[in-house]
Write a protein that binds this ligand. Structure first.
Ligand code: GLC
Length: 721
């Protein structure tokens, strides 16, 4: 349709039909009870009316359902406006790849895009028109369970990976049935709740918002994301979905976003609960005035918006603007010509879990694992005959992580399956040893585990936190391994020091006590469908670990918030970090630095950073600086290394971080091979938001370093004139 035809269509709609375009319900309410909607939504209108006017649904399961929903709706809607079908596809639809926080450890935008492309193919075949992805809420506090959904504590990585996902998911033309529209979320600063508790209030200066929390959303919108989702949290006193500064001033005016804003789940309703709306009509007015176009799974727009327009409380042109955004999106997706979009049962069968997708998922699991410690244990020898596999995750299928699609766990390659695929002749002795639930004090399985460890040549000890301990609504106030896992580890490692601890967790955990006793530690996060195959290949050296931490791992929960790009303060703690220095910025009871810093990760080979050179030491704002890092693989194996470039602005009108990642590049080197990694640094990368929230750079002295956070090396200085 052209814009004239769209305007005619809008003009032909009744008030109820216009409102219907802004209403979204769960598809399940239409499929399970065939339109017999129950509960509070059921009081709304007879289901037939809802189905006649509703504009979109979310959370359906497959192409057949997608087509049935569309058929059902189109038969009832006299104006024949197709439904938008939306779904959370965060890290894979049927072939699950590692959680986003793990993908951030890959430091490989192309790999993240490759995984997103795989998810696009499976999503489009399933009939998805819009995915609620990417989530790019920068988070610095792992008590917040949704840290697993974002890519890094560093907004640069969130922005780059989010933009890469948007580009590959939406493609060049959304009317191509294989492309899917992206909804970036959760706008804004949902990852910075007070006390790390999900849904809690967020109080942040405008300067910090613009410096740290807004850039990743903007990068995704600049990449073309067609939708955005305001977040549950209040931001500086006003919930995002009613926050005019955020939604009108920044999003629509400053950034020029003209796509669809869709509330989070019942967030319009929650304006009353927050206490900023004096009843449902007030909530609807506030959300509409802030430019929230679609009301997700809520009956407030549905029940009250038409009357508010009739009373003149909500101007009809405001309603028309919102409806036009939704119609324009449906039109761009080509739904008026092809309401099914990409839904295709045959294609589902062809792409779900196909070999190509399994290979991508396995490679991603291998490349995002982080080798934290290795005192000669890994890789395991190929001639081992008896290995003990011990721990609560030893035979678990739940290794996908939150937001993996329901049922995907039945496809997981478990750890024993993966090991047997690689080492069919190995005798594997499996003992769970203990549980992983909070408060689980059952030690009855430890003795058998210790016996299995003692009789084995090597031990694989799989620990962490259960899959449903991170994700939405999963905040924790203490981040040690739940239950008696540490006790299990102590007794098993005492029985057989030839033990590698493998971690499955969706957030940084406090591993301080484990690190004291484990000779080797491999962080797998939640690796997805190919978990067992990837782990086996990593353990026996078929794959060489190359992940780098996308968020630091704390020594203790009390260190949070713990941004790597911290400020120096007026009383920085002197070395050594292991000692307290009263009257400096330190703790009496723990070092300042993380147990493992942002950007850290080991390999089975050794990389030597030989030099960092600048092609000049002074630049004007118009000039560029070439930075060359020379790296050598001094070990015996092929390996990948992420070369990281850190900046420090020595003096500025506001305090600046002691280290700020401004670029990264992953390279593969053969044994003995040397390479030069070149970065271009421009004045743009030196910019920041000053006290008056003006964005720009300031002349002065800057340092450039490589290495990883808290362990910067080869530092060189340059001037910006
Ligand atoms: C949830 C989440 C959001 C998700 C939406 C739809 O509550 O906050 O990330 O996209 O509802 O499932």
């Amino acid at each position: 349709m052209n814009s004239e035809q769209l305007r005619e269509l809008l003009g032909s709609l009744t008030l109820e039909e216009k409102v219907g375009q802004l209403v979204q319900f769960n598809a399940g309410q239409f499929i399970e009870n065939s339109l017999g909607i129950t509960g509070p939504d059921g009081e709304l209108l007879p289901a037939e009316d809802l189905n006649r006017v509703m504009g979109s649904v979310l959370t359906f399961e497959n192409a057949a359902q997608a087509k049935a929903l569309q058929d059902q709706h189109m038969a009832a809607d006299p104006k024949k406006i197709p439904l938008l079908l939306m779904l959370d596809v965060i890290h894979g639809l049927r072939t699950t790849y590692p959680i986003p926080l793990a993908m951030g450890c890959g430091f490989d935008d192309a790999l993240t895009a490759e995984c997103a492309d795989m998810a696009r193919k499976e999503s489009s075949a399933c009939g998805v028109h819009v995915t609620f992805n990417p989530m790019v809420d920068t988070a610095r506090d792992a008590r917040w369970g949704r840290i697993l959904e974002t890519y890094s504590e560093e907004p640069l990585i969130n922005g780059r990976m989010g933009a890469a996902i948007v580009k590959v998911t939406q493609g060049e033309d959304l009317s191509d049935p294989e492309n899917v529209a992206c909804c970036v979320k959760h706008y804004a600063a949902y990852g910075a709740p007070e006390a790390g508790r999900d849904y809690n209030s967020v109080e942040i200066s405008e300067r910090m918002l613009r410096e740290t929390y807004l850039p990743a959303y903007k990068a995704c919108l600049d990449a073309g994301a067609r939708l955005i989702m305001p977040s549950f949290n209040s931001l500086n006193g006003i919930p995002s979905v009613a926050n005019k500064w955020l939604m009108n001033r920044v999003l629509r005016k400053e950034w020029g976003f003209d796509g669809v804003a869709i509330s989070d789940y019942a967030a319009v309703n929650e304006l009353v609960v927050h206490g900023v709306a004096d009843g449902p009509e007030d909530a609807v007015r506030l959300a509409m005035e802030a430019g929230c176009d679609i009301d997700m799974v809520d009956n407030f727009y549905y029940r009250y918006l038409a009357d508010l327009v009739r009373k003149g409380i909500v101007p009809e042109e405001m309603l028309d603007t919102a409806v036009m955004r939704v119609l324009a999106l449906k039109n761009e997706l080509g739904l008026f010509e092809n309401p099914y979009h990409g839904a295709d049962e045959e294609k589902e069968k062809a792409v779900y879990l196909c070999d190509t997708h399994r290979e991508i998922a396995r490679r991603a699991a291998e490349e995002t694992a982080v080798l934290l410690k290795n005192e000669g244990i890994l890789p395991l020898k190929k001639n081992l005959k008896h290995v003990a596999l011990i721990g609560p995750f030893a035979e678990d299928i739940h290794l996908n992580g939150f937001w993996s699609r329901p049922g995907a766990e039945k496809d997981t390659v478990t750890i024993p399956e993966g090991i047997r695929n690689l080492m069919p002749d190995l005798e594997l002795i499996i003992e769970k040893g203990c549980g992983a639930e909070i408060g689980d004090t059952d030690r009855s399985g430890i003795a058998a585990a210790v016996q299995a460890a003692a009789s084995a040549e090597a031990v694989i000890l799989v620990l962490g936190e259960p899959e449903n301990y991170s994700g939405e609504g999963r905040s924790r106030a203490e981040l040690t391994m739940p239950g008696v896992q540490q006790e299990l580890a102590e007794q098993v490692i005492r029985a057989n020091p030839n033990t590698v601890a493998v971690l499955f967790n969706g957030r940084p955990l406090v591993l301080t006590e484990l690190e004291k006793i484990a000779p080797a530690m491999l962080e797998m996060w939640y690796p997805g469908t190919e978990a067992g195959n990837a782990l086996a290949r990593l353990l026996w050296g078929e794959a060489n670990p190359c992940g780098k931490l996308s968020a630091g791992l704390p020594r203790t929960t009390g260190q949070y918030p713990m941004p790597y790009n911290r400020m120096n303060t007026g009383r920085p703690k002197p070395e050594p970090d292991t000692q307290a220095f009263p009257f400096t910025s330190c703790y009496l009871d723990t070092p300042n630095l993380p147990l493992y810093s942002f950007g850290f990760g080991l390999s089975y080979t050794d990389f030597v950073y030989e030099s960092l050179e600048l092609d000049r030491t002074v630049i004007t704002p118009e000039e560029q600086l070439q930075v060359t890092v020379t790296l050598r693989n001094a070990g015996e194996r092929v390996g990948k290394e992420t070369v990281q470039l850190y900046l420090r602005d020595k003096v500025a009108s506001v305090v600046r971080p002691v280290q700020q990642l401004i670029d990264y590049r992953k390279v593969s080197l053969a044994p003995g091979e040397r390479t030069q990694v070149t970065f271009t640094v421009t004045e743009k990368q030196l910019r920041f938001w000053d006290f008056d929230c003006q964005y720009g750079s300031e002349p002065g002295t800057f340092e450039l370093s490589t290495g990883y956070a808290d362990h910067l090396i080869l530092t060189k200085t340059f001037e910006l004139k």
